[in-house]
Design a protein around this ligand. Structure first.
Ligand code: BDP
Length: 650
C-alpha cells in the first residue's frame, strides 16, 4: 500500500496515454558475437519522481524534451534497482505515479555512422508501465513490469552529427484491475479523515510493489539484415537427440542460413542449412536436472550464421544459443523428464533483497544459486512473476528446473476477469513464452497464482488462457497454482498438473500441528480422486522470526517452522509413492511486503532470512532434499544414488 495526494486521472493516466503494442518480432537475449556489440547502461541515472498533485507535470512540461536537470532537481538513481529503498525520503518509498529516469550515452562512432548497423535499446524490465524517448523522440511504450522490451533507435542515432544520445524513461507503478498483477486505487473522500485528493494503492498479493528499472538496460547492435528469433524444441529417438530449429530473419527475404550444433568440447556434432530443420545428434548427452544424474545440465551450443548479399556488399550475422536436449511429459500420476519420473524438491522464490528491492544483482544471484545447491533443491517456481533472464540462464547451466510463472497473481476481482484483462494476460503469456521458450530448465508454465478460480468467469478465462499457452508452446505442460476448494475450482479441468497451496496449522487451526497430517492427506485424496492428475504441493510454510526459539514449539519460533514442515513431510512421503510429484517450500527467503498487522517487516516464511542466512528449517530441508535426491538419481550406467565425485562437477 502506498500513499500520496493525487487525482484519479493522474494515477490511471498511463494506460490512456497509449496502448501496449501487439507482439512483434523476437526477443533474443542480446549476446555479443562477431556481428553484435553491447553497451551496458547500468550505473547512475538521473531521476525525478513527479510529486505534482495530478502526477502529470512531467507530461505537461515535457520533461523528455530537454535534459532532466533543466526542468528541476534530480537525484542519482542506481540502475538496476528499485527506487523505493535507496533514499531517505519516506515519500519515495511508497510513491505511486510517474517517475522519470534519464541517461546520456556516448556512442561509438561506427554505431552512428555505419548505416549497415542497427542500434537497439533494450530494457530488461521497467515496473510497471513505461514510455521511452531518445533525444526527445518517443520510441517505445510497454505495459508490464517483468518482461523485456526494445526499440530500434538506429534512425535516431544515425540522423545527425551527434555521437551521444539522451534516453528518457517515464515509469508508472500504478496497478489497476486490468494490470498484471491487478490492483485498485482507493480514493479517500472523507475530508474529515484524509487530506484532499488522498488515495492509496491496494493490491491482493503478498509482496511489496517495488518499482523502477529493475533489470539491465543496454544498447546493442546487429546488422540491418539480422537473426530476429530462434525457436528450439528437442526430442529423443533411442539414443539420438533431435533438435528442431526455426530461425526468423528480418531485413531481407534473400539470405542463407547455416546452423551448427557444438558439444561442450566445441566439437561440431550436427549441422544444417535453411530457416528450419532437424538436427540429429547420435549418442546425445541429455540435459538432466541437478542431482538427478552424474552429468547434469549438459548444454550444446547452436550457432546460427546468416549471410546475405546487398547492394552495399556482403552482410553476415552470427548468434549462438545454448541448447539442452531433454523431453518433458506428464501422465496421470507422474512428471517425466527424459522419460524418468521427476520429483520437484525445491522452493518458491522472490526477486527481493535489502536496499535494491527487486533490482537485479549478480552477487545476490550467485549467492542464491549457491544456497539452492547447498540445500539440494532441484527446482523452483518463479513466484509470482517472470524472473530476470540471467536467472533463467543460470538454471540452464546448473540444472535447476523451473516452473515459469506469469505475473497473474492476485486475480480476485470480477473486473479482473473481463475481456480487457484476459486480452492483456494472453499478451503477457506471448511475451513470456517468446522470452523463455528455449530454456531447457523451464519445464512448465504457470499462468497464475491463487486466482479466485471459483468465480463464474474463471472457467472461460482459464480455458482460453491455458489453450492459448499450449498453442504458443505445445512442448510444455501448463498449470496455475490454486488454493481453492477442489470442487469449486473452475480452472482445474484445464491444467496438466494440479499445483495446490495450503497452510494447515498456520492460517487455519493455528498452533495445532496435530491436524496437519489428516488435513493434508484429505486434500491430496480429494484433488486426485476428482482430477486424476499429478499434484505438486506448490506452497506450504510458517512465519518464523530468525532467532525466536520456543520448545515445545509456538508459532513464529524456529521450532514451530521445523515441526510444521515435518508434519507435511510425513504425508508427502506417503503420497509421493502415488501421485504427488513435488514439494516447494514457501519461501526460500524472507521478503518485503506491504505493511499490515500480519506482517512484521515483511513475510518471514523464509527458510533463509532476507540476508540469506539459514534458519533451523534450512538444515532440516537440506537433509530431506539430499535424501530425496539420492533416491532418484542415477549415473550413466543406470546405477542409483548420488556419488560424491559428481558434486565437484560445476
Ligand atoms: C500464499 C501466496 C503467497 C503468500 C503466502 C503467505 O501465494 O504469495 O506470500 O500465501 O501468506 O497464499 O505467506
Amino acid at each position: 500500500m502506498a500513499r500520496g495526494p493525487a487525482g484519479a486521472a493522474a494515477v490511471l493516466g498511463p494506460l490512456l496515454w497509449g496502448c501496449a503494442l501487439a507482439l512483434q518480432g523476437g526477443m533474443l537475449y542480446p549476446r555479443e558475437s562477431p556481428s553484435r556489440e553491447r553497451k551496458e547502461l547500468d550505473g547512475l541515472w538521473s531521476f525525478r519522481a513527479d510529486f505534482s498533485d495530478n502526477r502529470r507535470q512531467g507530461f505537461e512540461q515535457q520533461w523528455y524534451r530537454t535534459p532532466l536537470r533543466e526542468s528541476g532537481p534530480t537525484l542519482d538513481m542506481p540502475v538496476p534497482s528499485s527506487f523505493n529503498d535507496v533514499g531517505q525520503d519516506g515519500r519515495l518509498r511508497g510513491f505511486v505515479g510517474w517517475v522519470w529516469y534519464e541517461r546520456e550515452v556516448t556512442l561509438p562512432q561506427r554505431w552512428t555512422q555505419d548505416l549497415g548497423t542497427r542500434v537497439v535499446l533494450r530494457i530488461g524490465s521497467a515496473h510497471y508501465y513505461a514510455i521511452v524517448w531518445v533525444n526527445g523522440v518517443h520510441v517505445a511504450e510497454h505495459e508490464g513490469g517483468h518482461l523485456p522490451f526494445e526499440a530500434d533507435v538506429s534512425k535516431l542515432v544515425q540522423s545527425g552529427p551527434l555521437s551521444s544520445c539522451r534516453i528518457t524513461i517515464a515509469i508508472n507503478n500504478t496497478l489497476t484491475p486490468h494490470t498484471l498483477p491487478p490492483g485498485t486505487i482507493l480514493y479517500q473522500k472523507d475530508t474529515s479523515k484524509y487530506p484532499k485528493g488522498y488515495f492509496v494503492q491496494n493490491t491482493h498479493f503478498d509482496f511489496f510493489n517495488y518499482a523502477g528499472l529493475h533489470r539491465p538496460v543496454l544498447l546493442y547492435t546487429t546488422p540491418t539484415i539480422y537473426i530476429d528469433d530462434i525457436t528450439i524444441t528437442t526430442g529423443m529417438d533411442q539414443n539420438t537427440g533431435l533438435v528442431n530449429y526455426k530461425v526468423f530473419v528480418q531485413g531481407s527475404e534473400h539470405f542463407q542460413l547455416e546452423v551448427r550444433l557444438l558439444d561442450e568440447e566445441g566439437k561440431v556434432v550436427a549441422q544444417g542449412t535453411g530457416g528450419q530443420g532437424q538436427l540429429q545428434v547420435p549418442s546425445a548427452y541429455l540435459w538432466w536436472p541437478y542431482l538427478m544424474h552424474e552429468h547434469p545440465a549438459y548444454l550444446y551450443s547452436l550457432e546460427v550464421r546468416l549471410t546475405a548479399q546487398t547492394a552495399a556488399g556482403p552482410v553476415s550475422d552470427f548468434y549462438a544459443l545454448p541448447v539442452g536436449i531433454r523431453t518433458v511429459a506428464v501422465t496421470e500420476n507422474q512428471f517425466l523428464i527424459n522419460g524418468k519420473p521427476f520429483y520437484f524438491h525445491g522452493v518458491n522464490k522472490h526477486e527481493d533483497a535489502d536496499i535494491r528491492g527487486k533490482g537485479f544483482d549478480w552477487p545476490l544471484l550467485v549467492k542464491d544459486f549457491n544456497l539452492l545447491r547447498w540445500l539440494g533443491a532441484n527446482s523452483f517456481r518463479t513466484s509470482h512473476y517472470p524472473y530476470a533472464e540471467e536467472v533463467m540462464q543460470l538454471c540452464d547451466r546448473y540444472g535447476i528446473v523451473v516452473i515459469d510463472e506469469s505475473p497473474g497473481v492476485g486475480i480476485v476481482l470480477t473486473q479482473s476477469y473481463s475481456n480487457v484483462s484476459l486480452q492483456h494476460h494472453l499478451e503477457v503469456m506471448e511475451e513470456l513464452v517468446r522470452r523463455d521458450k528455449n530454456h531447457p530448465a523451464v519445464v512448465m508454465w504457470s499462468v497464475a497464482n491463487e486466482p479466485a478460480s471459483y468465480l463464474k468467469p474463471a472457467g472461460y478465462y482459464f480455458k482460453t488462457l491455458i489453450a492459448h499457452t499450449k498453442d504458443l508452446d505445445p512442448s510444455r505442460p501448463v498449470t496455475f497454482v490454486t488454493n481453492s476448494n477442489y470442487e469449486a475450482d473452475l480452472g482445474a479441468p484445464y491444467v496438466d498438473v494440479i499445483c495446490v497451496n495450503s497452510y494447515y496449522s498456520w492460517y487455519h487451526d493455528y498452533g495445532h500441528m496435530e491436524v496437519i497430517q489428516l488435513q493434508l492427506a484429505t486434500q491430496f485424496e480429494k484433488w486426485y480422486r476428482t482430477y486424476q492428475k499429478p499434484i505438486i504441493q506448490s506452497e506450504y510454510g510458517a512465519e518464523t522470526i530468525a532467532g525466536f526459539h520456543q520448545d515445545p514449539p509456538l508459532m513464529f519460533s524456529e521450532e514451530y517452522q521445523k515441526g510444521l514442515l515435518e508434519q507435511y513431510h510425513l504425508v508427502l512421503d506417503q503420497k509421493r509413492k502415488e501421485y504427488v510429484v513435488g514439494e516447494l517450500i514457501w519461501n526460500f527467503a524472507d521478503f518485503m511486503t506491504d505493511q499490515s498487522p500480519q506482517r512484521a517487516m515483511g513475510n518471514k516464511k523464509g527458510i533463509f532470512t532476507r540476508q540469506r542466512q539459514p534458519k533451523g528449517a534450512a538444515f532440516l530441508l537440506r537433509e530431506r532434499y539430499w535424501k530425496l535426491a539420492n533416491e532418484t538419481s542415477f549415473d550413466r550406467n543406470g546405477k542409483m544414488g548420488i556419488k560424491t565425485c559428481w558434486l565437484h562437477h560445476k
